[in-house]
Design a protein around this ligand. Structure first.
Ligand code: NAD
Length: 252
């Protein structure tokens, strides 16, 4: 039980990777604060955790709102303490040529993926520094380390997360706080299958899997395991790392 007596604050915990992480950290003994802009989805995650005997609370939070984020972190510190923050909430956009992406779409993607991570980090760091311990794990993407054609705004946002992770890691390391990122390849969550029927998704998934040396897409647990590792004491000398979790996609 790597997270016994620890509290993990997870954004985007109502779905996909955030929910998988909530379940993984919960299984490792953590108290989980499941935050999501979709309050019902966060509540569903908490119900699942409660059924598994995990102490968990739901928090409605739009990560773009700095004040809301600061209040959520403060409430968590007061109620449970705070050991780990997963800045995981994120959105993607349709594949569109760079010159044709709407400004609105660009603003939304940067707002959630970049400003969300910025807000979460700035809210949590003062507590973690004062405590002299803690870990932040940011969900970037393979698109943050290699460019994804027609996903340019998304790639921009995730590249920013990777280098922000390094900058903050270097800054807060002397205070005993570690900051890392995970960079998943395509993982089977609601995000990549948006707008597709089950049959369409199955065909796309199988086709994409052929491009992965391990011949499958990621499972949410694959990424949750990496998040757990980076947040745990086993990664005590790892900070500023952007851990690629991609079934070998980027090595070919
Ligand atoms: P998902 O769509 O299943 O879940 C994202 C969650 O974030 C949802 O519950 C959503 O309500 C929440 N969210 C969206 N905007 C929010 C906001 N403003 N404030 C708070 N919560 C918000 O997607 P996922 O696949 O689980 O993605 C999680 C993270 O992983 C994202 O940062 C995504 O970019 C990244 N990622 C996903 C993949 C993939 O293939 N699934 C690959 C690489 C990186």
């Amino acid at each position: 039980m790597r997270f016994e007596d620890q509290t993990v604050f997870i954004t985007g915990a109502g779905s996909g990777l955030g929910r998988a992480a909530a379940e993984r950290f919960g299984a490792e003994g953590a108290t989980v604060v499941a935050a999501d802009v979709d309050a019902d989805a966060a509540g569903e995650t908490v119900d699942r955790l409660a059924d598994a005997g995990v102490r968990a609370t739901a928090h409605e939070l739009d990560v773009r709102d700095a004040e809301e984020f600061a209040a959520a972190i403060e409430a968590t510190v007061e109620t449970h303490g705070l050991d780990v923050v997963l800045n995981n909430a994120g959105i993607v956009h349709d594949r569109v040529a760079v010159e044709s992406i709407d400004d609105d779409v660009y603003e939304q993607v940067v707002g959630v993926n970049v400003t969300g991570v910025w807000n979460g980090t700035r809210a949590a760091i003062p507590y973690l520094k004062e405590q002299g311990s803690g870990a932040i794990v940011n969900t970037a993407s393979l698109a943050g380390v290699i460019g994804a054609p027609k996903l340019s705004a998304y790639s921009l946002s995730k590249g920013a997360v990777v280098n922000f992770t390094r900058a903050v890691a270097a800054e807060v390391g002397p205070h005993g706080v570690r900051v890392n990122a995970v960079c998943p390849g395509v993982t089977d969550t609601p995000m990549p299958r948006e707008g597709m029927t089950d049959e369409e998704w199955a065909a796309v998934r199988d086709q994409m899997a052929e491009q992965y040396p391990l011949r499958r897409l990621g499972r949410p647990e694959d990424v949750a395991n990496a998040m757990c590792f980076l947040a745990s004491d086993e990664a005590d000398w790892i900070t500023g790392e952007a851990l690629v979790v991609d079934g070998g996609f980027s090595c070919a």
